[in-house]
Design a protein around this ligand. Structure first.
Ligand code: ADP
Ligand code: MG
Length: 610
């Protein structure tokens, strides 16, 4: 018997390895540009032909290589970046496995020109399909130029696998963009078939985003809100878009230690910070950079993989959420800030003159569990104090008291009292078409949809009751019975605890029949049975959702059922009370189902009209 095991020839082994690292032209671009950055280049130029099929050329002005290094660089596991396994865990450079060049050279015709500053002559090396072809001294400028020609010329299967030029070019641009976003201080150019696609002069982060994603009048760039936080666990910085910049397909980028990553879980934290600020189908752009001890993220990542595992994901999740929320709050993304003290012309209930100003700050709670519904609004989490909160001191006080002791839901019924107050304060708000409250603010005129405002206020109150499990119930003098079909009866059984939490006292009465003994305070004038039926519908539509989502839909249904209709006038007092409550809401800007509550006509817009 012969032995049957033999070693694969190097070029075959390299080709196999290349399959992992080099999947398409974009992978080559990524590896070469990352190497240039590691070589401390300040200017990196990329030239492409035929979406990279024919040529990918990367020229840098970095530190270059000696002739021996240039030759060695193409060996598999040749790297100047790690010496021992432990280095893997503390790596800050881009490449780390010494595989890229060997892989590229296995599946393309590669030429490199390179010269160190201290050398008079540079080196030219040519390799094709892992076969060394030529090395000679040449005259060239400082730095390194790679020419990668005819990618996959020797792997027809791979070549066939490539997509259309459009698709491959798009992928090349995506890869280029991801790197350019991390290094605004570097000069990058990208040229395709003699056309210059991008020329990015060195600049700062914000401008770099603008260079890469130009929008009309730089609107998006101007509306980027900086975020920043530093802790021993992680540093987070970058920009998030103001709510108005939200679009269907926003540009959203996460980076960790200078590398692009995808992170669906962290993405949810950012989205949660926008809850109620943008409508459902839209998402805001963001560019968020994490810096973290490399040993606390999974380094065993494949070079082409973009998913990254963090050791402390839940904690970072909550830091991220708090940071984005805080920045949105600070940046006036929430229109309530329009009630600024100085120049706030016609809202007499504000006593702004000597309200102490304090910087918003966020208390992070390490025990915070993002899966615990709404716990960020519980006592462990302090909302960043906003100026307008103190401006609405009066409203707050009355609201807090009523919320704590007797959680009466606001009804718009206290008309006589309202008329008295109106006499005292004079008219300051205008109710337009029985629907919009007009209120002047520092920077313009606000239109507030009264009914939507009320829905938002009630929604948050119902949510609070669901969360804190202290619904207040009004006993019915004559308990009502409701008989359901089997399916609905089963469904109702499952949500009895939630209903109890908001103040419904409902008990099974046998044979698909239930008895309603009490209804929530605030429901005095509503018939109980239709309400229960409405809630069953809500639960049906939201079946299978997590408790949080279910609670939200229950709260929304209740809010809509109890909100005022636009059918009657409002007194000054009622309007001012409604606004006071609205602007102490978490999200005064939008209803829970994403409808605009407040529209601001800015002073400039008004003046322009004249
Ligand atoms: P890695 O980047 O993981 O070290 P590569 O195969 O990408 O592995 O590169 C091998 C080595 O070649 C690098 O460690 C570096 O020393 C050298 N090198 C590659 N590209 C350049 C460049 N543009 N300028 C200077 N040195 C380079
Ligand atoms: Mg590399």
């Amino acid at each position: 018997m012969h032995d049957i095991i033999h070693l694969l020839p190097d070029n075959v082994a390299n080709q196999i390895a290349a399959g992992e690292v080099i999947q398409r032209p974009a992978s080559v671009l990524k590896e070469l540009v990352e190497n240039a950055i590691d070589a401390e280049a300040t200017s990196i130029q990329v030239f492409l032909k035929d979406a990279g099929r024919t040529l990918i050329q990367v020229i840098d002005n970095g530190k270059g290589m000696s002739d021996t290094d240039a030759r060695l660089a193409f060996e598999r596991h040749a790297t100047s970046k790690i010496k021992e396994a432990a280095d893997l865990f503390a790596l800050h450079t881009m490449g780390f496995r010494g595989e890229a060049l060997a892989s590229i050279a296995a599946v393309a015709q590669v030429e490199v020109h390179t010269r160190r500053e201290s050398d008079e002559l540079g080196t030219l090396i040519a390799i094709s399909g892992s076969q060394f072809e030529l090395q000679e001294a040449i005259n060239c400028s400082k730095g390194t130029a790679f020419f990668v020609k005819n990618l996959f010329f020797n792997v027809p299967a791979r070549r066939k696998f490539l997509k259309s030029n459009d698709t491959e070019l798009r992928q090349l641009i995506v890869e280029f963009t991801r790197i350019a976003l991390v290094y605004p201080q570097l000069h990058f150019t990208l040229q395709h078939n003699e056309t210059e696609l991008l020329n990015l002069a060195p600049t700062n982060h914000r401008q770099r985003i603008g260079q890469l994603f130009p929008s009309r009048n730089n609107a998006m760039q101007r509306q980027l809100i900086p975020i920043e936080t530093h802790s021993s666990m992680v540093s987070i910085s970058g920009y998030v878009g103001a709510p108005e910049t939200a679009v269907r397909n926003a540009n959203q980028f996460f980076f960790v230690n200078g590398r692009y990553m995808r992170h669906p879980y962290f993405h949810k934290a950012v989205m949660q910070a926008y809850e109620g600020l943008v409508s459902n189908q839209l998402t805001p752009p963001y560019f968020i950079y994490f810096e973290i001890d490399p040993s606390s993220i999974d380094v065993n990542i494949h070079p082409t993989k973009t998913e990254i595992k963090f050791e402390q994901e839940p904690a970072i999740w909550s830091i991220l959420l708090a940071t984005v929320k805080e920045s949105l709050g600070k940046s006036h993304a929430i229109p309530s800030i329009e009630f600024d003290q100085e120049g706030a012309i016609d809202i007499p209930t504000m006593h702004a003159s000597n309200v102490p100003q304090s910087q918003p700050k966020v208390n992070l709670n390490p025990a915070y569990n993002p899966f615990d519904n709404y716990s960020e609004r519980s006592s462990n989490y302090q909302r960043p104090p906003m100026n307008w909160e103190s401006l609405y001191h009066d409203f707050e006080k009355s609201k807090d008291e009523s919320a704590l002791e007797h959680p009466t839901l606001p009804t718009m019924e206290r008309t006589s009292q309202g008329l008295l107050d109106e006499e005292r304060e004079g008219k300051n708000y205008l109710l337009y078409k029985n629907r919009f409250i007009l209120a002047g603010g520092k920077s313009g005129l606000m239109f507030i949809d009264r009914q939507r405002a009320h829905v938002r206020i009630l929604f948050e109150q119902w949510m609070r009751q669901l969360r804190e499990r202290r619904g207040f119930s009004q006993q019915l003098l004559f308990p009502e019975m409701i008989t359901l079909n089997v399916a609905d009866a089963l469904l109702l059984e499952t949500v009895l605890p939630e209903l109890h939490d908001v103040g419904f006292e409902v008990a099974a009465f046998g044979k698909n029949t239930f008895v309603i003994n009490g209804i929530p305070t605030g429901f005095e004038n509503k018939p109980a049975v239709p309400m229960i039926e409405l809630l069953i519908d809500t639960v049906k539509q939201n079946k299978g959702k997590m408790k949080e989502a279910l609670d939200e839909s229950i709260a929304l249904t209740l809010a809509k059922a109890t909100a005022v209709d636009n059918d009657r006038a409002m007194t000054q007092d009622e309007m001012s009370q409604l606004l006071g409550q609205l602007f102490t809401c978490e999200n005064p800007n939008m209803t829970p189902d994403g409808k605009q509550i407040v529209v601001l006509l800015t002073n400039e817009e008004i003046e322009k009209k004249f």
